[in-house]
Design a protein around this ligand. Structure first.
Ligand SMILES: Nc1ncnc2c1ncn2[C@@H]1O[C@H](COP(=O)(O)OP(=O)(O)OP(=O)(O)O)[C@@H](O)[C@H]1O
Ligand SMILES: [Mg+2]
Length: 481
């Protein structure tokens, strides 16, 4: 893909005072887009529809995450309208497509499987946690869970030479329990008579290897020491929180339809196919599949983001790709800001739609949720602001767009010694270019507005030339490419 392609116009912008025709380009798309707007303000059918159709028409590959059950039909329509139906790949229950995520991750780098899988599972578990507070936000639980995950993957990999969800789950069900003082010897005897469980078998397998190959000896020692001397003696409450968080996550992956779609068999599609123009849609809408729909999509998104960073659009057959998330607050994870910071060089055109800032605050979690949200939003260079009743978002938008000097005239009368006289005072005041309350009055489509949707667009950088960084746009809800 050549540099000139980045200068391709996606849509024209309204004329400005300089008389030049400016446009919003592929370059702007890969710098990221955030669309804000209240419920029914026209995000999906206004700016969302126009951007989606423009991206498809421009030949982008992409990943579409879903929250509402009707999104798959909307994208089928978009692909049909742009002649891209053959490129659309829907991963859904009962469908033909599957993606075995651990197999894919394990194949990327044979020397870093543990780290890859560990990072992935940790990110998904963290993103799915209740962000309301409590022990889950305590760094201690995070660190403890982290270590369990790391040693479990290591154990699984050393014993079976691969990592699968079934193996991880089986071993995790049988991790050593605390044994109490005097009773131990008796229990030990009883335990000896018991059949080996998955944990014992995995450990036996590595010990057998360690007898032949020295490299396994250190690993056996580390894993055994961790589970039998540290993990097994954790306080009951600590251990039950860790077990519960991890096992409930695993059990969601072990159930259908997720298991068949993401955890077993050979992949029919991988993220890399998006660079060849495929549009992968994950039809596990959160509204229908709830937590498991969300876990799977965050997992796919994170794997996809890492894959796109590895496979830059660096040859003529490689496409710009988009990442599409309507109701994006559902899919935020801890590495999003980092990924977004390099998305431009990876040529990934992210589009996130959400109602307001508090949606992000609630999903960022932790004490620094405001700071995290602001820094994340800073990495999405173009923002659309539709009609909104949320004061915080409107104030944010108004502040972002900035202020201008306005000349104000005020007239007054003075009565000196019975003589009326009029005087005019002229002052210059700094005033918002778009005041917060103006966002409440934007048109939101439907028959009442002749299917027109309004939004302010704000750009980072010099898109319109001169000092102007925003303009008002109108979208038609029946827009055709
Ligand atoms: N093609 C269309 N023609 C006429 N009206 C439409 C069309 N598409 C959507 N609408 C209406 O326009 C309004 C805006 O809809 P839209 O779904 O785009 O809003 P939204 O901002 O995405 O809302 P939400 O936050 O609920 O997803 C709604 O009242 C919707 O019923
Ligand atoms: Mg919508």
């Amino acid at each position: 893909m050549n540099r000139e392609y980045l200068e391709t116009s996606l849509f024209p912008l309204p004329p400005q005072d300089d008389g030049l025709q400016h446009s919003w380009k592929v370059r702007n798309a890969v710098e990221g887009v955030q669309i804000f707007g209240g419920i029914g303000s026209g995000k999906t059918s206004g700016s969302g529809r126009t951007l989606a159709l423009k991206y498809l028409k421009a030949g982008f590959g992409g990943l579409v995450l879903t929250v509402k059950p009707d999104e798959v039909d909307l994208w089928r329509e978009y692909c049909q309208l742009t002649g891209r139906s053959d490129d659309l790949v829907v991963i859904e229950p009962g469908g033909q497509e599957r993606f075995n995520f651990l197999e894919y991750e394990s194949a990327i780098s044979t020397s870093a499987v543990t780290q890859n899988v560990h990072q992935l599972l940790k990110t998904v578990i963290n993103a799915g946690k209740d962000k309301a507070g409590g022990s889950n936000n305590d760094p201690f639980w995070e660190d403890a869970l982290d270590l369990v995950l790391l040693h479990l993957i290591e154990l699984c990999l050393l014993a079976h030479e691969r990592v699968t969800i079934s193996d991880l789950n089986d071993i995790a069900q049988h991790l050593p329990q605390k044994q109490v003082g005097q009773v131990t010897s008796q229990l030990d005897k009883l335990n000896k008579a018991k059949p080996l469980n998955d944990y014992d078998r995995a450990l036996d397998a590595i010990m057998a290897k360690a007898e032949k190959e020295e490299q396994y000896q250190r690993a056996v020692k580390m894993v055994k020491e961790f589970f039998e001397s540290k993990y097994s003696v954790l306080a009951d409450r600590t251990r039950s929180i860790i077990d519960f968080t991890f096992l409930s996550f695993m059990s969601r992956l072990m159930r259908e339809p997720v298991f068949s779609l993401f955890c077993t068999g050979n992949s029919t599609i991988t993220p890399d196919d998006c660079r060849k123009g495929k549009i992968i849609l994950l039809n596990l809408p959160v509204k229908q599949y709830d937590k498991v729909g969300r876990d799977c999509q965050i997992m796919f998104k994170y794997i996809w983001q890492r894959a796109m960073e590895r496979t830059l659009a660096n040859n003529e057959h490689s496409r710009v790709v988009f990442l599409w998330a309507d109701e994006a607050q559902n899919f935020i994870h801890e590495h999003d800001a980092d990924f977004q910071a390099t998305a431009r060089s990876s040529q990934v055109a992210t589009v996130y739609l959400t109602q307001n800032l508090p949606n992000y605050y609630a999903n960022m979690g932790g004490a620094k949720y405001r700071y995290k949200t602001q820094s994340f939003l800073g990495t999405l260079a173009t923002k659309f602001f539709h009609a909104n009743a949320d004061t915080e978002t409107n104030e944010y938008a108004s502040k972002l767009i900035g202020k201008t000097d306005r000349v104000k005239k005020s007239q007054g009368f003075t009565d000196s010694m019975g003589d009326d006289s009029e005087n005019t005072t002229i002052s210059v005041e700094r005033d918002e270019l778009v005041r917060p309350e103006q966002f409440t009055r934007l048109e939101n489509g439907g028959a009442a507005n002749n299917k027109m949707v309004e939004a302010y667009i704000h750009f980072q950088g010099n898109v319109l030339g001169g000092q102007v960084s925003h303009t008002l746009l109108t979208f038609n809800q029946d827009f055709l490419p």
